[in-house]
Design a protein around this ligand. Structure first.
Ligand code: SF4
Length: 462
């Protein structure tokens, strides 16, 4: 289920675009979710105040991260939680494996955690002989389809119900051709109930970790995190270092913003607090860095660590809606993923900051006011400066800079372009031109704007 691919965003988006009805339906569904978000947000007169407050709280957290982390660790330990620190994905995976190994556990149930997707935990554990079952319905569907999630909140948004019916028929024994969502959900429920009752270990993500109390909060709509964690003898929670909030009272701000931004619901169906293990059970928290402290040190991109993973920037992004989550070839897709991924591997993800129109819609909906489109623009500059943009593009941009800096060259270029369009359009309109592959070239005018304007001015003055 690795997202590793040799193709870049334009090529993967072109693959997605081959199925036009799917693109339209993907686009419309996500826009519908975005519209629901707008209705929910507009119902709260204090919405902008909430966004500003959340942004400021996260700013405080990021400015004092090490002390909040230490405070959280001390309080969690006081509560009886065992805390582990992982510098990167490998360490995280090894810690999880060793915890399971110590108990002789070979089967684990997992609820949605984008951090474990980022660390490729499932693949790692599979290689160690551990069977992991994802219990979030959308995650389970993509797991059975052997695909990564395509959206952080709606992991199988790219799948049609008929395709899900086929997957369930193959793996869970539902009737052939059955695509009624209610019946398919019931099939998944029966299957997962058995899993919850038999797995000795459960892994969850963490939405918010409270420094003041050492507790952590997990938000789900299906209650699957609770089912797994309450029934298992060992609960492992994986959290990124940025998930902290200073005090419990701050939860009120974030819980009101999170689901309204994500799906338009006033609150998640389950917002579960975990503060200490039940008798005879263990809770372990693995606190993971994996590049986050490097991002913290990049002043221009630090704000991206405020992200609470609501997915609103994906739902609103015209590029994401039309190109699908898999085209981003990274665990967290869309606008925020395009800021986070180059920090992990600038060369591999150099294409992502360019997968944007920079329209700013993402920044407008972000509940923690991350300047997403500005950061995408800044990443483009860093990537070009560091020499990671394609050579052809770099040369074309240099030529363009020269042309735009010289009125003579600009006029000559315009004239030549109009002549080429008129007499040899095939020089531009051919399959070697990726721009033309997806668009119709405009008809070139007979004269430039400058020529038209000069003529018009001359006529007026005469
Ligand atoms: S960047 Fe903002 S809008 Fe996008 S997922 Fe994160 S919190 Fe939500």
């Amino acid at each position: 289920m690795s997202t590793a691919t040799t193709k870049d965003h334009p090529h993967l988006a072109a693959d997605f675009n081959r199925d036009e009805p799917r693109v339209n339906w993907h686009d419309e569904t996500l826009w519908w979710v975005r519209a629901k978000r707008d209705i929910a947000a507009h119902k709260l007169p204090e919405w902008e105040l909430l966004r500003e407050t959340a942004s400021q709280i996260k700013f405080n957290v990021l400015s004092n991260l090490s002390s909040y982390l230490e405070q959280f660790e001390a309080n969690a330990i006081k509560n009886g939680i065992i805390v582990h620190w992982a510098a990167d994905a490998t360490e995280h995976n090894q810690i999880v494996h060793s915890l399971l190994e110590q108990k002789g556990i070979t089967k684990m149930v997992k609820s949605k955690s984008m951090l474990t997707e980022e660390c490729h935990l499932n693949e790692y554990l599979k290689e160690q002989g551990i069977d992991v079952i994802d219990s979030d319905l959308g995650e389970r569907i993509v797991q059975l389809a052997n695909e990564p999630p395509s959206h952080i909140v709606l992991p199988c948004i790219h799948k049609k119900k008929e395709e899900i019916g086929d997957i369930f028929h193959e793996h869970l024994g539902s009737a052939k051709g059955e695509s009624d969502p209610k019946i398919l959900t019931e099939t998944a429920r029966q299957h997962l109930r058995e899993v919850f009752l038999t797995r000795r270990a459960a892994l969850t993500g963490v939405n918010f970790a409270v420094a003041e109390t050492g507790e952590f909060v997990i938000c789900t709509n299906e209650g699957n995190a609770d089912m797994g964690a309450h029934l298992a003898e060992i609960h492992i929670a994986s959290m990124g270092i940025e998930k902290l909030i200073p005090e419990r009272k701050h939860l009120g701000v974030f819980l009101r913003l999170l689901t309204r931004s994500a799906t338009g619901q006033p609150i998640t169906t389950y917002s579960s607090h975990f503060s200490k293990p039940q008798d005879g059970t263990e809770i372990h928290i693995v606190i993971v860095d994996n590049g986050r402290s490097i991002q913290l040190g990049r002043e221009e991109f630090r704000n991206s660590l405020k992200c609470i993973r609501c997915g609103a920037c994906m739902n609103t992004c015209p590029v994401y809606r039309k190109s699908g989550g898999h085209s981003y070839h990274t665990a967290v897709a869309g606008p925020i993923g395009s800021i986070l991924a180059p920090n992990l591997d600038m060369k591999k993800y150099a294409d992502l900051p360019f997968a944007s129109t920079l329209c700013g819609s993402c920044s407008n909906v972000c509940p923690v006011k991350i300047d997403i489109h500005d950061q995408l623009y800044k990443w483009r500059q860093v990537i070009v400066k560091e020499g990671y943009s394609p050579k052809a593009k770099t040369m074309a941009m240099k030529a363009m800079a020269l042309t735009l800096a010289s009125p003579t060259l600009y006029r000559m270029g315009g004239k030549t372009g109009r002549l080429v369009f008129k007499y040899a359009p095939f020089a531009v309109n051919n399959k070697l031109n990726p721009w033309y592959n997806q668009r119709e070239m405009p008809k070139a005018p007979d004269e430039s704007f400058g020529e038209w304007y000069a003529k018009r001015k001359g006529a007026k003055n005469s």
